[in-house]
Ligand binder design. Structure first.
Ligand code: ADP
Ligand code: MG
Length: 260
């Protein structure tokens, strides 16, 4: 049984300039314990898809279930099983790491002692123990991202959604984050859906990749399957496969310079 299943999931925004079809129709299925990478150019609809799956945004079309709960009829149950780490992060720069983790626990209705204990567990699991009394504003990018993820794990979600968790991190911090994602899956069996622009990351970390472009799924498969299908060989570069599938590079920084 898939832990996430969507059918024709869609979201159109109404703007002064007219309708924006951010997500036209997304059909996807994720099995428990999978690490799935959502790839796609800027504006493809990745964030909008994650925001719908975590109930932060109402779909304007289609249906979805998360851990058996219907997004439309039982959003509270969906919220209880999902953790979400937004692209921009959620930590308040003026709180300490400890205050942030305890506050998050209290938001999930833990008692004071329980919230303090959970903060300690999360700090230990995410390597934040030495930083508990530091203000979030003083953390490095990688430390800050670990705090964001700790906050998203407060209620032990079965499904964790990470929106560009490693954008802007140095290679060492990115590798640490990959280890963390793997350990969540291997330890607690957490299902992880993450978006990324980095193809090496998608390749190294994800069991399966879903390419989104123009608000729909244009390709999916294991990294090896995508290489073979779109670039002709399991040894081809994922970049070439991505280009063939979408006509665009995955990472805007990799775009060919425009001749002027
Ligand atoms: N609140 C909004 N109002 C209007 N348009 C939006 C809104 N949020 C996103 N969009 C548009 O929807 C499209 C998809 O955005 P997004 O899901 O953020 O893409 P991605 O995360 O793949 O870069 C983009 O064209 C974006 O400008
Ligand atoms: Mg986005």
């Amino acid at each position: 049984m898939p832990v996430i299943s969507t059918s024709g999931l869609a979201r159109t925004f109404t703007t002064k300039a007219g309708p924006v079809h951010a997500v036209r129709s997304v059909d996807l299925s994720v099995m428990p314990g999978e690490i799935v990478g959502l790839l796609g150019p800027n504006g493809a609809g990745k964030t909008t898809t994650l925001r719908m799956l975590t109930t932060l945004l109402a779909p304007t079309g289609g249906t979805a279930t998360v851990a058996g709960h219907d997004l439309l009829t039982d959003p509270a149950a969906v919220r209880a099983v999902c953790g979400y780490v937004a692209q921009s992060g959620g930590a308040d720069p003026y709180l300490t790491v400890r205050e942030e983790l305890v506050t998050q626990g209290r938001l999930y209705r833990l008692g004071r002692a329980e919230a303090a204990a959970r903060a300690g567990e999360l700090a230990a699991a995410l390597g934040l123990e030495d930083l508990l009394d530091r203000k979030a504003a003083s953390l490095s990018g990688g430390q800050r991202r670990r705090l964001d993820i700790a906050m998203g794990l407060t209620h032990r979600p079965a499904v964790l959604f990470l929106d560009e968790p490693t954008t802007g991190l140095d290679p060492g911090s990115r590798a640490d984050l990959w280890d963390l994602v793997r350990s969540l899956r291997d330890g607690a069996g957490t299902t992880v859906v993450l978006t990324t622009h980095y193809l090496d990351e998608a390749d190294a970390l994800a069991d399966r990749l879903i390419l989104i472009d123009g608000g729909t799924v244009v390709a999916e498969g294991t990294p090896a399957q995508l290489r073979t299908r779109y670039a002709g060989s399991p040894d081809a570069s994922l970049q070439d496969a991505f280009l063939a599938a979408t006509g665009r590079p995955a990472n805007p920084a990799d775009a060919a310079p425009v001749a002027v």
